[in-house]
Design a protein around this ligand. Sequence first.
Ligand code: ZN
Length: 80
Amino acid sequence: MRKSRYNLSQEEYDAKKKSKAELMAKKEKVTLSEEFNGYCDNKDHPLFSIKVTVDKPWAACYYCSKLWVLEGNKDGKKEH
Ligand SMILES: [Zn+2]
């Protein structure tokens, strides 16, 4: 007999799914490959402008805390 890799009870499955969803909601992060000037793509709240530049390589949405980070500056540090 083949053993299922996802041998979780419905309860465990729901808990796992829920905690993952919560984690995503808390720490949603978008990695950008170039400068970005636009709006947060979360439609659950009013428009919030996001501006990510080489000088300021990250921005967080005021409403949903979604983080926008320019690639290569993941630590938020400036390289000189
Ligand atoms: Zn947002």
